[in-house]
Design a protein around this ligand. Structure first.
Ligand code: BEZ
Ligand code: FE
Length: 293
């Protein structure tokens, strides 16, 4: 098309697609261009602002490494990651939440009842629950990939003082679908804010804090994988998570337990805990994978 105008540029863009363009790609790119062009027209975007946007992407590229993905972080603080989660989330079952950049593959397999604290001290929590389908039937053989920060608010990949797999573990449920482990209470922490994403947060008067949480990925044959988190109900950042990950069904009470009540069996720490601790009950409800075909 010649003499493209601001009223015809979107149509011109769509008209350039080849006839054999994948239909889904056509739909996604078509919608993307419509919204992007509308955004420029609605805001009367200046050259300086456009350059600034490109500069942010360029800087994100420059500091992205296998350990730190600034593009994912950008998507997180813009609410894009959470929105993609929400539009793909099942109505039934436990809500999904952001994956974040600190998951590590191949976490060590651990027995139920293991203690994740390693060399770290902090408030002891006992985490347990059941993995079930939406009809409350237990799911056996489900894997739970669990990770969290150390008490200093850092994930192992951010902290040279920690072993690679510190506070990362993989559990497999037995016939009753239950899981259990002990760990330290995670703390609220800030997402990395020393790059272009931090500049966006600063410029818009936002803080970089996330409420404390434990991360989970649950996988089971025949069910949709679930990426989620559990948050304590008394965290000060629950209503202002900088990456928009909090859902009501993921907020649990960390129930304080009296000294001397730690279970006598079933945990690495059984027989070793005299003092107080807190109990977190977090059940995980999976939905079935749609039938193929
Ligand atoms: C996290 O929870 O690990 C996380 C999520 C989004 C951005 C940064 C960290
Ligand atoms: Fe996290």
């Amino acid at each position: 098309m010649r003499d493209v105008t601001k009223d015809t540029i979107t149509e011109a863009f769509l008209g350039y697609f080849g006839d054999d363009t994948d239909p889904r790609l056509r739909e996604v790119m078509g919608s993307f261009s419509k919204h992007l062009h509308a955004f420029v027209k609605e805001t009367n975007l200046t050259h300086k602002e456009w350059r600034k946007g490109l500069e942010i992407l360029q800087r994100a590229g420059e500091i992205t490494t296998p350990e730190r993905d600034e593009f994912v972080l950008l998507s997180d603080v813009l609410g894009l990651s959470s929105l993609v989660d929400m539009v793909n989330s099942s109505e039934k079952g436990t809500s999904s939440s952001v994956l974040g950049p600190f998951h590590i593959s191949n976490a060590p397999k651990m027995e139920m009842g293991s203690d994740l604290r390693g060399k770290y001290e902090g408030e002891l929590i006992l985490v347990e629950g059941r993995v079930t389908d939406v009809d409350d039937n237990p799911i056996a053989g489900a894997t739970l990939d669990v990770w969290q920060t150390a008490p200093n608010g850092l994930y192992s990949s951010q902290d040279p003082e920690q072993d690679t797999y510190s506070f990362h573990a993989l559990f497999t449920t037995g016939d009753d679908g239950s899981y259990r482990f002990t760990t330290v209470r995670p703390v609220c922490y800030t997402v990395p804010s020393d790059g272009p994403v931090g500049d966006i947060l600063n410029a818009t008067g936002r803080h970089p804090w996330r409420p404390s949480h434990l991360h989970y990925i649950i996988k089971a044959e025949g069910f949709k994988s679930l990426v989620t988190e559990v948050f304590p109900e008394d965290d000060p950042y629950l209503d202002q998570d900088t990456v928009f990950g909090v859902r009501s069904d993921l907020v649990m009470r960390y129930e304080p337990q009296a000294a001397g009540t730690f279970p006598a069996k079933g945990f690495d720490l059984s027989g070793k805990v005299d003092g107080t601790y807190s109990r977190v009950d977090f059940d995980l409800i999976l939905t079935r994978e749609p039938a193929a075909g």
